[in-house]
Design a protein around this ligand. Structure first.
Ligand code: FES
Length: 171
């Protein structure tokens, strides 16, 4: 028996071997964890990374909208997720300008995305969050919004008014 074994001290070469084995075990453990976690993380993130399709959504019959009126319409988003609940729907402000011309404005303020409301008597869109004000064409007239309200493409097919879902840049 040598002096190191008697005193309980290990020799430096054995200590280095133990440290290396520990490091290898930790690296193998991390690698195995990453292999198991990668598909799960991919599955959870996939819905957010998928490109959002642009779909035409019906919002009502043309005769339901009177010329000169702006009304709120609801429609299904293009990429609802199973857990979205009521968030699977969104809405827009739709105005029938003339017999055959309609405009659909996003309800989201271009400042921080709060929903704007149409003030019929003033003919303005008002944002309750920071006082953003838009005219009846969606142009900014007061407050912090940096851009006009986003417009959705609108069409009439067989008497049905349809809005095309479009990703809305919020900031
Ligand atoms: S979110 Fe509309 S003014 Fe700020």
């Amino acid at each position: 028996m040598n002096t190191n074994e008697r005193s309980g001290e290990s020799d430096p070469v054995s200590q280095v071997r133990r440290d290396m084995l520990n490091a290898v075990c930790i690296l193998l453990g991390l690698g195995a964890s990453a292999l198991v976690a990668a598909p799960v993380v991919g599955f959870l993130l996939a819905p957010f990374l998928r490109p959002k399709p642009r779909l035409w959504r019906p919002v009502g019959r043309l005769q339901d909208f009177q010329v000169g009126q702006t009304v709120q319409v609801k429609f299904a988003r293009s990429n609802p997720l199973p857990w979205d609940g009521f968030l699977a729907e969104t809405s827009a402000w739709l105005r029938r300008e003339t017999e055959g011309y309609l405009i659909a404005f996003s309800i989201n303020c271009t400042h921080l995305g709060c929903p704007v409301r149409w003030e019929k008597n003033a003919e303005l869109f008002l944002c309750p969050c920071h006082g953003g004000v838009y005219d009846d064409s969606g142009n900014v007239v007061a407050g912090p919004p940096p851009r006009s309200l986003v417009r959705y493409p609108v069409r009439v097919t067989n008497g049905n008014v349809e809005i095309q879902t479009t990703p809305i840049p919020l900031v």
